[in-house]
Write a protein that binds this ligand. Structure first.
Ligand SMILES: Nc1nc2c(ncn2[C@@H]2O[C@H](COP(=O)(O)OP(=O)(O)OP(=O)(O)O)[C@@H](O)[C@H]2O)c(=O)[nH]1
Ligand SMILES: [Mg+2]
Ligand SMILES: [Zn+2]
Length: 307
């Protein structure tokens, strides 16, 4: 019997089959490949299972090969990673200008991660109702001007107030498994509830929202859409993915730099101050946004410091 893991509750997994939801568990030790994981089975995994005799439950005996997955470092166990979700078609990063503010640097780190996982990304600007005044307009304009030319769609919404969010999102979501990510409090679960009312994910009251570090959503969970496709709600993140990326490789994950690769004078060019660097030349000519280039340098430096 084949199914897809939609939720993990400790040692039990809720698996969606063609016809029903099944509680399933793993028997014995499960052999993992190279990755050191805190969770052997992730939301989004396709599994093969067998019904337990005289019971409604099942035993998982195989995880079908993952098409992709997104991971983060484990917060509890050093050198271990945690799979946030697997087999996803795209990631939606929910961002807000305030309550909380999402920095451009954070967006860029997220996009580097999704690029490295080869997962297309969409930016969703939420809490549009809170945006007014000149600085808000400037911020929003920056988001559009920086990211759209790179191929990232930008959707504006107010998960609480937009009239018909389902209609707005369906063209982007239909037929796909979409991971929803972003800082805690940006409204991921609120948006999910607007799109799938029967999900009834709990969301945080504005009043209690200032307790930093407290996440309302604590486990990833997959919800089927009313049409084909599904959404995966996830806990808020401070950082996404694992940027164990070699210095020479980093520019591969910046689409605006990727297209000039191989054109610099030195083939190990890091585009910092090397002579004959085409990326620096394009930056000068205005083809690469200075904020993005700054993010590039910041990530390069952070990665160096980490070593
Ligand atoms: N003004 C305004 N508030 C919103 C909007 N969307 C969500 N909120 C509020 O923002 C707060 C946080 O929303 P959640 O949906 O719980 O945020 P989350 O991203 O799921 O947070 P975590 O589960 O902790 O990662 C709640 O009080 C929501 O009511 C919006 O469009 N406008
Ligand atoms: Mg949530
Ligand atoms: Zn260069």
């Amino acid at each position: 019997m084949k199914g897809r893991v939609i939720k993990s509750t400790g040692s039990w997994y809720i698996v969606q089959t063609d016809s029903s939801l099944v509680s399933a568990r793993l028997k014995g030790k499960f052999k993992q490949d190279e990755l050191k994981l805190t969770n052997p089975i992730a939301v989004g995994d396709w599994v093969e299972m067998e019904k337990e005799e005289n019971q409604d439950t099942a035993v998982i005996n195989e995880i079908l090969p993952r098409e992709n997955y997104v991971i983060r470092k484990s917060t509890r166990k050093q050198h271990f990673s945690h799979i946030i979700a697997s087999n996803i078609d795209q990631a939606m990063l929910v961002i807000t200008m305030k309550n909380p503010r999402t920095s451009l640097g954070f967006i860029d780190r997220f996009l580097v991660s999704t690029e490295s996982f080869r997962i297309p990304a969409i930016l969703v600007v939420n809490k549009m109702d809170l945006l007014s005044g000149e600085s808000a307009e400037d911020w929003l304009l920056d988001i559009h001007e920086i990211y759209e030319p790179l191929g990232y769609k930008v959707i504006e919404v107010s998960a609480l107030y937009t009239e018909n969010p389902k209609e707005l999102f369906q063209p982007f979501l239909e037929g796909k498994t979409t991971l929803i990510s972003g800082h805690s409090g940006v409204g991921k679960s609120t948006l999910l509830n607007a799109l799938i009312p029967k999900a009834a994910q709990s969301t945080k009251e504005i009043s209690s929202f200032s307790d930093k570090g407290v996440h309302t959503t604590t486990f990833a969970e997959l919800f089927p859409l009313e049409y084909e496709g599904s959404l995966i709600d996830t806990p808020g993140i401070k950082e996404f993915g694992i940027l164990d990326i070699e210095d020479n490789e980093l520019s591969h994950y910046f689409p605006e730099m990727r297209k000039y690769l191989g054109q610099c004078k030195y083939n190990n060019c890091q585009h910092v101050n090397e002579p004959g660097c085409v990326v620096l030349q394009k930056l000068e000519e205005g083809f690469i946004h200075p904020y993005r280039y700054q993010s590039y340098l910041n990530i390069l430096n952070e990665e160096d410091n980490r070593r």
